[in-house]
Structures are given as C-alpha cells and as structure tokens.
Ligand binder design. Structure first.
Ligand code: HEM
Length: 149
C-alpha cells in the first residue's frame, strides 16, 4: 500500500509553485536525459540553455504537474487518469513507456532538493512506491494499447 496521505501532504507544498516546480522537472529531465527533449516538437530544436527562459516550458510544466496532482489526489483510484495519459502518450505523442520512469526519478530528486523539510525518508519512500506502481500500470496500459516503438 502507498501512503497517499503523506504524498498529498507534500503535494500541497508542490502546489504553492506548481508551474515553476513542473518547469524545474522538465529542464532537469532534458539536462539529464537529452534524448527526452527530442519527443517534444516545441522544444526539440531549441538548445537547452535557451529553454530555461522559455515560457512554454513553464506552461507545459504546469500542465504535467496539474495532471500528476489529479493522479495523486485520487489516492490510488487513478485508473481513468492513467488511461487518459496512456492514450495520448501512446497514440498522439508516441512516447516510449520507459520515459515515465525517467521523469518520475527526476521528480523524486527535485523534490528532495527543493523540499527537504517535507521529503522526509518516509515521504521519499511513499513517492518512490507510488511512482513505481504508476509506471508499472502505465506499462500494462501500453501493452494493451499495442505500443510500437
Ligand atoms: C509524470 C508523467 C507525465 C504526465 C503527468 C504528463 C502529462 C501530460 C499532459 C497532461 C499533456 C497534455 C494533454 C495530453 O496530451 O495528454 C502532455 C503532453 C505531452 N507529453 Fe506528457 N506527461 C508525462 C510524461 C511525459 C514524458 C516522460 C514525455 C516525454 C519524454 C512526455 C511527452 C509529452 C509530449 C510530447 C506532449 C505534447 C506537448 C505539446 O503540447 O507540445 N510526457 N503530457
């Protein structure tokens, strides 16, 4: 079982700066895994250095974190949220599923750095478990959706 209450407690802190926190995660993802940037038509041709001041990155960070917040607020009953994400990321954006593991690992790292007071050892453990479960459910949905890389 995941400790969704603990996760939601940290998430309330994340929401104090939702767009900026999403932006930090996207920039870190592109920095640590440059191949991920190539999946974004809006960002693929812009050098990483210029993306730090790109308003669209912040807007997309907000979109991603709004959707992830909607997932964590379901406290485990997120099947329809994940189905919606899988459907667009398979069919429209064509994102291989292992990218979800990359971004959730980056989120864990960024939260531990930005929110050391909230990201206690149990909170880190709760996020790590929840993200593993979410990534594995997405992978199952990808299999059912017949994802071709
Ligand atoms: C925490 C995991 C993620 C969440 C919650 C998330 C959420 C979203 C949402 C809500 C949208 C817009 C609506 C839609 O098309 O579904 C979107 C678009 C998109 N996502 Fe994700 N996403 C995640 C991970 C990723 C990853 C890892 C990649 C690629 C490495 C990716 C690539 C894209 C692309 C290319 C778009 C279209 C962007 C555009 O409008 O130009 N996503 N995502």
């Amino acid at each position: 079982m995941c400790d969704w209450d603990l996760i939601n407690k940290v998430w309330a802190k994340v929401e104090e700066g939702l767009a900026g926190n999403g932006q930090t995660v996207l920039l870190r993802l592109f920095e640590e895994h440059p191949e991920t940037k190539a999946h974004f038509p809006k960002f693929k041709d812009i050098p990483l250095g210029q993306l730090t001041s790109n308003a669209d990155v912040k807007t997309h960070g907000n979109t991603v974190f709004k959707a992830l917040g909607d997932v964590v607020k379901q406290k485990g009953k997120h099947a329809s949220n994940l189905q919606a994400l899988a459907t667009t990321h398979i069919n429209k954006h064509k994102i291989p599923p292992q990218n979800f593991t990359l971004i959730t690992n980056v989120i864990l790292k960024v939260f531990a750095e930005k929110f050391p007071g909230e990201m206690t050892a149990p909170a880190q453990e709760a996020f790590s478990k929840a993200f593993k479960a979410i990534c594995s459910e997405l992978e199952d949905l990808y299999k059912k959706g017949g994802f071709q890389s």
